[in-house]
Design a binder for this molecule. Structure first.
Ligand SMILES: Nc1ncnc2c1ncn2[C@@H]1O[C@H](COP(=O)(O)OP(=O)(O)OP(=O)(O)O)[C@@H](O)[C@H]1O
Ligand SMILES: [Mg+2]
Length: 287
């Protein structure tokens, strides 16, 4: 879909209610890109005068149900791009439509509202509250949603179950493994039913086995229809996505489908087979 198409089909500059747009998106009635950016730039000003051009004209469409890995060297603008897409920051110039609505010009208050309703975030460092249980970490983003405590906890139990942590709800972060902490963070990101999940180096603090586990959770959510954008330095992690976009010096320099795709589920199945063969061989040897 081109910029012109967006303008003519959605009357892009005239904002529709976002709740309506998100609902439409979820029903897939009209396939707007979840994310459409055109000529997006971001220049940071340091010490009042030094200009840092972090993004220098990015144009990209990401459609519902896509799983996109953003790659590129350190300083190439990946996090800056994610902050803009996540409505955490505003571009210096250019336009951003989120589920068909122009949001790049909105005030930070309005962006905060949109962010909490439509976007889930997962970070490298989990960012959990140390003194709160998994359940309370997950209910936190719902505090302003006007739901009763009972309803909030019911929903939190549901998402914790979804990420395989039904039996860890009362644990505090230090009583959980790294992979489990990241699962809590994923559950927290899902609690308000986002249309888009943004993950910036979600496996950066995890060993390779746990990383596959976390990528498996993201793949399952994506298979259920959630659009996922992942930033990673690791080409082996990027292979869990379906599309790979490479940044260099604040620009997109490559945008390709992932050819040698990895499936976490298949890798687990293969590992389980190896374990089964090993244990039967062991039995034969000891008999
Ligand atoms: N708040 C800021 N103020 C000034 N410059 C910034 C700020 N945030 C980022 N930059 C600069 O913008 C450029 C892009 O940074 P960004 O964090 O987007 O890179 P990145 O691709 O995410 O890198 P990494 O892989 O190391 O996380 C860098 O040159 C960085 O120094
Ligand atoms: Mg970064």
């Amino acid at each position: 879909m081109t910029n012109t198409d967006l303008k003519s089909s959605g009357g892009s500059d005239a904002l529709r209610p976002l709740s309506e747009a998100a609902e439409e998106q979820q029903n897939n009635a009209q396939p707007f890109p979840v994310v459409a950016v055109r000529d997006l730039t971001k220049t940071y000003i340091l010490g009042g005068k030094t200009r840092v051009p972090a993004l220098q004209g990015v144009s990209l469409d990401i459609y519902p149900g896509e799983f996109v890995a953003i790659m590129g060297p350190s300083g190439s603008g990946k996090s800056t791009f994610m902050n803009l897409v996540g409505c955490l920051d505003r571009p210096t110039s250019g336009k951003y439509w989120l589920v068909g609505n122009l949001v790049s010009h909105l005030s930070s208050d309005k962006l905060a509202g949109i962010r909490s309703r439509l976007i889930g975030f997962v970070f490298q460092g989990f960012n959990l509250l140390g003194r709160a249980t998994a359940l309370n970490n997950v209910t936190l983003p719902m505090v302003y949603a006007g739901l009763s405590r009972r309803e909030r906890e019911k929903r939190a139990h549901k998402v914790l179950q979804l990420v395989g942590l039904a039996d860890r709800v009362a644990h505090k972060p230090l009583e959980l493994s790294g992979g489990e902490q990241q699962r809590v963070a994923i559950a927290r990101a899902l609690i308000n039913g986002p249309v888009l999940l943004l993950a910036d180096e979600p496996t950066g603090n995890l060993d390779s086995h746990t990383s596959v586990e976390i990528m498996g959770v993201l793949q399952e959510l994506n298979e259920q229809g959630l659009t996922v954008i992942l930033v990673t330095h690791d080409p082996n992690i990027a292979r869990f996505a379906r599309r790979q976009v490479t940044f260099l010096d604040g620009r997109v320099v490559r945008d390709d489908p992932v050819i040698n795709h990895r499936s976490a589920q298949e890798e687990w199945a293969a590992l389980a087979n190896i374990a089964a063969v090993e244990s039967s061989t062991l039995k034969e040897v000891t008999l």
